[in-house]
Design a protein around this ligand. Structure first.
Ligand SMILES: [Ca+2]
Ligand SMILES: [Ca+2]
Length: 223
Protein backbone atom coordinates (compact mmCIF):
# COMPACT_ATOMS: atom_id res chain seq x y z
CA UNK A 1 0.00 0.00 0.00
CA UNK A 2 1.26 3.46 -0.72
CA UNK A 3 1.87 5.93 2.04
CA UNK A 4 -0.92 8.18 0.84
CA UNK A 5 -3.30 5.25 0.78
CA UNK A 6 -2.48 4.55 4.39
CA UNK A 7 -3.31 8.09 5.41
CA UNK A 8 -6.53 8.17 3.50
CA UNK A 9 -7.64 5.00 5.24
CA UNK A 10 -6.60 6.30 8.64
CA UNK A 11 -8.27 9.64 8.13
CA UNK A 12 -11.56 8.31 6.83
CA UNK A 13 -12.12 5.28 9.02
CA UNK A 14 -15.50 5.64 10.78
CA UNK A 15 -15.22 4.36 14.31
CA UNK A 16 -18.03 1.81 14.26
CA UNK A 17 -17.00 0.42 10.91
CA UNK A 18 -13.40 0.18 12.01
CA UNK A 19 -14.41 -1.77 15.09
CA UNK A 20 -16.77 -3.96 13.13
CA UNK A 21 -14.05 -4.73 10.61
CA UNK A 22 -11.61 -5.55 13.34
CA UNK A 23 -14.04 -7.85 15.07
CA UNK A 24 -14.82 -9.65 11.87
CA UNK A 25 -11.12 -10.12 11.36
CA UNK A 26 -10.85 -11.46 14.89
CA UNK A 27 -13.68 -13.89 14.21
CA UNK A 28 -12.05 -15.02 11.01
CA UNK A 29 -8.65 -15.44 12.60
CA UNK A 30 -10.00 -17.22 15.66
CA UNK A 31 -11.96 -19.63 13.52
CA UNK A 32 -8.95 -20.07 11.31
CA UNK A 33 -6.78 -20.79 14.33
CA UNK A 34 -9.19 -23.30 15.81
CA UNK A 35 -9.95 -25.33 12.74
CA UNK A 36 -9.25 -27.98 11.82
CA UNK A 37 -9.59 -29.36 15.36
CA UNK A 38 -6.33 -30.69 16.75
CA UNK A 39 -7.50 -34.19 17.67
CA UNK A 40 -10.99 -34.20 16.26
CA UNK A 41 -12.49 -34.16 19.77
CA UNK A 42 -15.98 -32.83 20.32
CA UNK A 43 -14.79 -30.04 22.57
CA UNK A 44 -12.59 -28.66 19.84
CA UNK A 45 -15.22 -28.89 17.14
CA UNK A 46 -17.66 -26.86 19.20
CA UNK A 47 -15.32 -24.02 19.94
CA UNK A 48 -15.34 -22.21 16.60
CA UNK A 49 -19.13 -21.86 16.77
CA UNK A 50 -18.94 -20.60 20.31
CA UNK A 51 -16.26 -18.09 19.44
CA UNK A 52 -18.16 -16.85 16.41
CA UNK A 53 -21.42 -16.50 18.31
CA UNK A 54 -19.74 -14.60 21.11
CA UNK A 55 -17.94 -12.31 18.74
CA UNK A 56 -21.05 -11.64 16.70
CA UNK A 57 -22.95 -10.76 19.86
CA UNK A 58 -20.18 -8.37 20.74
CA UNK A 59 -20.21 -6.99 17.23
CA UNK A 60 -23.93 -6.27 17.36
CA UNK A 61 -23.57 -4.57 20.72
CA UNK A 62 -20.71 -2.52 19.36
CA UNK A 63 -22.49 -1.36 16.24
CA UNK A 64 -25.64 -0.52 18.19
CA UNK A 65 -23.79 1.49 20.78
CA UNK A 66 -21.48 2.99 18.12
CA UNK A 67 -19.54 5.17 20.50
CA UNK A 68 -16.67 7.43 20.37
CA UNK A 69 -14.27 9.16 18.10
CA UNK A 70 -11.71 7.02 19.94
CA UNK A 71 -12.06 3.89 17.85
CA UNK A 72 -8.34 3.59 17.37
CA UNK A 73 -7.44 4.05 21.01
CA UNK A 74 -6.75 0.85 22.84
CA UNK A 75 -7.39 1.96 26.40
CA UNK A 76 -10.42 4.14 25.85
CA UNK A 77 -10.40 6.21 29.01
CA UNK A 78 -10.52 9.99 29.00
CA UNK A 79 -7.22 10.27 30.84
CA UNK A 80 -5.54 7.86 28.44
CA UNK A 81 -6.79 9.77 25.44
CA UNK A 82 -5.61 13.00 27.02
CA UNK A 83 -2.18 11.53 27.61
CA UNK A 84 -1.93 10.32 24.00
CA UNK A 85 -2.97 13.76 22.74
CA UNK A 86 -0.45 15.37 25.10
CA UNK A 87 2.30 13.24 23.57
CA UNK A 88 1.17 14.26 20.10
CA UNK A 89 1.12 17.94 21.07
CA UNK A 90 4.59 17.66 22.59
CA UNK A 91 5.91 15.97 19.45
CA UNK A 92 4.53 18.65 17.16
CA UNK A 93 5.88 21.41 19.39
CA UNK A 94 9.37 19.92 19.60
CA UNK A 95 9.47 18.83 15.95
CA UNK A 96 7.27 21.13 13.86
CA UNK A 97 6.32 20.24 10.34
CA UNK A 98 4.33 17.14 11.15
CA UNK A 99 0.61 16.79 10.82
CA UNK A 100 -1.79 14.92 13.09
CA UNK A 101 -3.68 12.53 10.79
CA UNK A 102 -5.76 10.62 13.35
CA UNK A 103 -6.28 10.55 17.11
CA UNK A 104 -3.11 8.47 17.44
CA UNK A 105 -0.90 9.38 14.46
CA UNK A 106 1.41 12.13 13.29
CA UNK A 107 2.88 12.15 9.76
CA UNK A 108 5.92 14.02 8.47
CA UNK A 109 7.20 14.75 5.02
CA UNK A 110 3.96 13.98 3.22
CA UNK A 111 3.60 10.69 5.04
CA UNK A 112 7.05 9.25 4.51
CA UNK A 113 7.53 9.01 8.28
CA UNK A 114 4.65 8.22 10.62
CA UNK A 115 4.56 8.02 14.41
CA UNK A 116 1.75 6.06 16.03
CA UNK A 117 1.42 7.00 19.68
CA UNK A 118 -0.94 4.29 20.93
CA UNK A 119 -1.56 0.73 19.85
CA UNK A 120 -4.74 0.51 17.73
CA UNK A 121 -7.57 -1.64 19.06
CA UNK A 122 -7.11 -4.21 16.31
CA UNK A 123 -3.49 -4.84 17.32
CA UNK A 124 -2.71 -7.32 20.10
CA UNK A 125 -0.37 -6.02 22.82
CA UNK A 126 3.13 -7.42 22.65
CA UNK A 127 2.95 -8.31 18.97
CA UNK A 128 4.89 -6.94 16.02
CA UNK A 129 2.33 -5.05 13.97
CA UNK A 130 4.18 -3.10 11.31
CA UNK A 131 1.97 -2.62 8.21
CA UNK A 132 3.02 -4.42 5.05
CA UNK A 133 5.52 -2.45 3.00
CA UNK A 134 7.02 -0.63 6.02
CA UNK A 135 9.67 -1.16 8.66
CA UNK A 136 8.84 -0.13 12.21
CA UNK A 137 10.80 0.71 15.34
CA UNK A 138 9.26 0.81 18.78
CA UNK A 139 10.13 2.93 21.80
CA UNK A 140 9.84 -0.07 24.13
CA UNK A 141 10.82 -3.71 24.10
CA UNK A 142 8.16 -6.22 23.02
CA UNK A 143 6.88 -3.71 20.48
CA UNK A 144 5.93 -1.13 23.07
CA UNK A 145 4.46 2.04 21.59
CA UNK A 146 5.00 4.77 20.43
CA UNK A 147 6.04 3.28 17.09
CA UNK A 148 7.78 4.95 14.16
CA UNK A 149 7.60 3.66 10.60
CA UNK A 150 9.48 4.30 7.37
CA UNK A 151 9.53 2.68 3.97
CA UNK A 152 11.92 4.65 1.75
CA UNK A 153 15.17 3.26 0.41
CA UNK A 154 18.41 4.84 1.58
CA UNK A 155 19.61 6.67 4.67
CA UNK A 156 17.27 8.33 7.14
CA UNK A 157 18.22 10.46 10.12
CA UNK A 158 15.95 9.47 13.00
CA UNK A 159 16.96 12.59 14.93
CA UNK A 160 14.97 14.63 12.42
CA UNK A 161 11.83 13.54 14.24
CA UNK A 162 13.25 13.03 17.74
CA UNK A 163 13.61 9.29 17.27
CA UNK A 164 17.35 8.92 17.86
CA UNK A 165 18.38 6.84 20.90
CA UNK A 166 14.87 5.42 21.37
CA UNK A 167 14.46 2.15 19.46
CA UNK A 168 14.14 -1.02 21.56
CA UNK A 169 12.30 -3.45 19.28
CA UNK A 170 11.83 -3.63 15.52
CA UNK A 171 9.76 -5.18 12.73
CA UNK A 172 10.70 -5.25 9.04
CA UNK A 173 7.52 -6.02 7.10
CA UNK A 174 8.90 -5.79 3.58
CA UNK A 175 9.42 -8.82 1.35
CA UNK A 176 12.67 -7.60 -0.20
CA UNK A 177 15.81 -5.71 0.76
CA UNK A 178 17.04 -5.05 4.28
CA UNK A 179 17.56 -2.27 6.79
CA UNK A 180 20.48 -1.53 9.07
CA UNK A 181 20.11 0.53 12.24
CA UNK A 182 23.11 2.77 12.83
CA UNK A 183 24.60 4.48 15.86
CA UNK A 184 26.55 7.59 14.97
CA UNK A 185 27.37 8.96 18.38
CA UNK A 186 30.96 7.90 17.89
CA UNK A 187 32.01 10.82 15.74
CA UNK A 188 31.01 13.44 13.25
CA UNK A 189 29.34 12.64 9.98
CA UNK A 190 29.66 9.09 8.81
CA UNK A 191 33.06 8.67 10.45
CA UNK A 192 31.47 7.58 13.70
CA UNK A 193 28.82 5.35 12.18
CA UNK A 194 28.44 1.91 13.65
CA UNK A 195 25.98 -0.58 12.25
CA UNK A 196 24.16 -2.04 15.25
CA UNK A 197 21.83 -4.66 13.73
CA UNK A 198 20.08 -5.45 10.47
CA UNK A 199 16.71 -6.87 9.53
CA UNK A 200 15.40 -8.44 6.35
CA UNK A 201 12.85 -10.96 5.13
CA UNK A 202 14.87 -13.77 6.75
CA UNK A 203 14.97 -12.11 10.20
CA UNK A 204 12.12 -9.58 10.18
CA UNK A 205 11.45 -9.28 13.92
CA UNK A 206 13.40 -8.51 17.07
CA UNK A 207 11.37 -7.97 20.22
CA UNK A 208 14.41 -6.67 22.12
CA UNK A 209 17.46 -5.23 20.39
CA UNK A 210 19.53 -5.58 23.57
CA UNK A 211 22.45 -4.75 23.92
CA UNK A 212 21.61 -1.96 21.49
CA UNK A 213 18.51 -0.52 23.13
CA UNK A 214 18.06 3.24 22.73
CA UNK A 215 21.17 3.60 20.56
CA UNK A 216 20.13 3.80 16.90
CA UNK A 217 20.33 7.29 15.41
CA UNK A 218 19.71 6.55 11.75
CA UNK A 219 18.64 3.79 9.40
CA UNK A 220 19.72 2.72 5.94
CA UNK A 221 17.40 0.64 3.83
CA UNK A 222 18.93 -1.32 0.99
CA UNK A 223 16.42 -1.91 -1.79
CA1 LIG B 1 13.10 3.65 24.16
CA1 LIG C 1 22.99 6.83 19.40
Amino acid sequence: MSASGTFAAAAQTPSALAKAGCLLNVVASLNGNLSPPAQGGEGMTRQPGWVAATAITALVALVVSAPAPDALLAAGTASYEASVQAQIDAQLTAFPGGKQISEIEVAYDGGRFVITFARPTHSVAGTADCPSGWYCFYDGINFGYPRGKLSDCGWQNLATWGWDDRTESVHYNVSTGSVTFIDNDGGRGTAGDLGLFSLGPGNPIDNDVDPFRNMADSTERFC
